[in-house]
Design a protein around this ligand. Sequence first.
Ligand code: SF4
Length: 340
Amino acid sequence: MDTPSARISTAVGCNHRCSFCQTGGDYGSTAAPVIPIKDERHGTLVVTALSLWDAGVRHFSITGGEPLTNPRVTFELSAILRMKLDQWKRESSSSGCYLRLNTNGVLVKKYIDQVAKYYDLVKVSLHSLNPEVYASITGSRTPNADLGATLEGLAFLNERGIKVRLQSVATPENVGELWRLIEFCRGFDNITDFKVFDISEYPELWRDHGNGSAFWQQNYVSLDPLEKEIQERGGMLLEIAQSVGGYGNPMPIYQLGNLRIRLRHSSRGAYYSDACKTCKAWKTCGDGHCNAEVGPNGVIKVCRPMEGITFRPGQEGEVVAFFKNVHFNPRSDLQERWKR
Ligand code: SF4
């Protein structure tokens, strides 16, 4: 196993309230949409990012909440990481690194210059092109304006030639629309990848979305039928990939024309630590340890649910060492739950 990637959350808040988002995951929060992160915390975040760098991490994604709701911290940190990565690439002649942005796309147009300047790939979460479904899934207060702004943002990214991965979470509301989203992606030169996630089961969900297990029971949709459809429509299996460092769920990647389609099935096993068996989430956890997740306060998680294991700033080397001791478990004990 190798060094994992890091996801750094630069925003506590989000302008959306997606139904499947968990409290504490990518730092989900009940806080108001835009919360300035205090300077000392910002300092902690930069120090944590640079300590992860010193521990060997070379793959970073900036996430939230919605990172573009906190542009100052997002772009200041991104500028530092971009400089480090570019310097390292020059000196080591290696391209094995990246800085990516995770966004719901609503504010991309507003910050297009910075977005175009800093990131190797922009991952835009878009779960539906249907305004009603978009409104229902995202909980947006202004869904028509947000969907329109996201589409404009994608057009701006296309004009600038910035590589994009569109990402969708499959729910009962949008599962019939996933093929339309695939065709949508194929209409853009710069959308190289489309990634579909099934719903993860989290013990807690954001805001008033209630019990995570009850939500999962009602809303989990297997990606198996979509995978079969991709095969029937000529999608060629390129590889079964893992996340950076060899972690995460084994993920089939299909090539369909110029588009790569990645399917994140939580049902195909994951990487766990010895400590997992004492974790409250063990009985249902399909995600395992995938990457280091840094919250705005510098606390580092090694998995997404709140019950998971956390490290403090200053323990970045221990985080990397932790990952090197995880092991794959196919979770055959959970397979019946995922059959639906
Ligand atoms: S420690 Fe993390 S990966 Fe392990 S079972 Fe708990 S939530 Fe899942």
